[in-house]
Design a protein around this ligand. Structure first.
Ligand SMILES: [Zn+2]
Length: 410
């Protein structure tokens, strides 16, 4: 059993749950007696750990093969249905909570309500909204002659006044997180590559000031070193990617204890599967540079005592929903994190990013019973966590919502 705090696994351990809360965590031999009617789940020499937290989840992205697929392929009605299906899938994969990394239309806010009210199954959701990007930046790809707006996907801004106006729209939408695009990405090698800035510091600062005033948190797609530095100086609450770090940005990051969600497996999937999707070589080369830089930064952040959350931009054609736990194996096998470290990143740190560290993220008495039971020992092979056939039970708030113990019983 892993507590989720970075400690080694405990052999021969029990966790007890009464209603929606954890009442005992510890060695089996020290466990108090339980009533005869208690339902017992046997991990069968496998693994018990806190429910996983997807810290960069896009419920509304589905099978995106080209940027246009994001905002003009389907109407809002169908995207909403797809997003609900993605949430159910994430829960079945062991993800009992998720922080969105940006949403089409205002779907996240309503998904969250539907999940909370048991209308649809899914992770406890921290809702994001339409993303904010500077005009001409990474997310502003529809040429003007097409006369197609980007209103379902991004709020495009010029200057701090428009940045404030965009955040105010999101305040009215009811989001918890504001997602911004301080930098470009390997996906746009011509005008908005991963070393390009897509927002000014003044715009970013205006976003933070307005968002914090209304109790919203701010995150951003930050690859270029200057963009990371701007985000930290502007007061961002988390960084997505944090790809190219230097000593100065590292010091700022540590001083402010800002968590970073690298979302690195996406880069590997893009490199491996890009040719099959006719991805230009310049884009693949950019993803390689991003992967190398991102892995280096992630190792460095962890070594320096910084916080890493795990989540992965799943929802692209070459990096589909359902593959979320590949992020964990990848961080062990490729980036070099230990199994207890990677579990902490995917549980406790995720809960901290969501602002729910007092309620979820670790197995502790009094916390909500969000628990994953695997019929496999992840210390032997972390990739066992990727296979839903190994998931005996996904418990959310004390209720078994998914897992083989349900499917074989029905
Ligand atoms: Zn994303």
């Amino acid at each position: 059993m892993f507590i989720g705090d970075g400690g080694d696994g405990i052999a021969g351990a029990d966790v007890h749950v009464v209603k929606d809360r954890i009442t005992y965590v510890g060695p089996t031999e020290a466990a108090p007696p339980v009533p005869e009617s208690t339902v017992t789940i046997d991990a069968n020499n496998g693994t018990i750990l806190p429910g996983l937290v997807e810290a960069h989840f896009h419920p509304t992205y589905f099978n995106v093969a080209a940027l246009e697929d994001l905002d003009i392929k389907y109407p809002v009605e169908y995207v909403t249905l797809l997003a609900a299906a993605n949430c159910k899938l994430a829960l079945e994969c062991g993800y009992t909570a998720a922080r969105s990394g940006g949403s089409l239309f205002n779907i996240d806010v309503w998904l969250k309500k539907a999940i909370n009210e048991d209308v649809v199954m899914g992770p406890r959701l921290a809702a994001n909204g339409r993303e904010i990007c500077g005009v001409g930046g990474l997310m502003d790809w529809n040429p003007d002659f097409r006369k197609i707006g980007m209103e379902g996907l991004v709020l495009l801004i010029n200057g701090p006044e428009e940045a404030r106006a965009a955040v105010r729209k999101l305040v009215k939408d009811g989001v918890e997180w504001v997602k911004t695009y301080p930098t470009g990405d390997a996906a746009a090698p011509d005008a908005n590559d991963h070393h390009t800035l897509c927002m000014t510091f003044e715009e970013m600062h205006a976003v933070v000031e307005t968002a914090h005033n209304h109790n919203l948190k701010v995150t951003g797609h930050c690859r270029a070193t200057e963009g990371i530095k701007n985000a930290l100086l502007a007061g961002y609450d988390s960084l997505e990617h944090g790809t190219f770090m230097d000593r100065e940005t590292m010091d700022l990051l540590l001083e402010r204890d800002v968590p970073v969600v690298p979302a690195l497996y996406f880069e590997k999937a893009s490199i491996d599967n890009g040719p099959a999707f006719n991805m230009p070589q310049a884009v693949i080369d950019g993803h390689q540079e991003t992967l190398d830089g991102g892995a280096e930064s992630a190792r460095w952040i962890l070594r320096e005592g910084g916080r890493i959350g795990l989540g992965g931009d799943y929802g692209f054609a070459w990096n589909p929903h359902g593959d979320y736990a590949k992020e964990l194996s990848f961080f062990v096998d490729f980036v070099g994190f230990s199994v207890p470290e990677v579990i902490k990143c995917a549980t406790q740190t995720g809960a901290e990013i969501m602002g729910l560290a007092d309620e979820i993220g670790t197995l502790e008495v009094g916390k909500l019973a969000d628990i994953l039971v695997l019929n496999a020992d992840v210390t032997q092979d972390i990739s066992a966590i990727e296979d839903r056939a190994n998931i005996t039970a996904v418990m959310q708030g004390g209720i078994i919502k998914a897992g083989t113990m349900l499917t074989t019983a029905s």
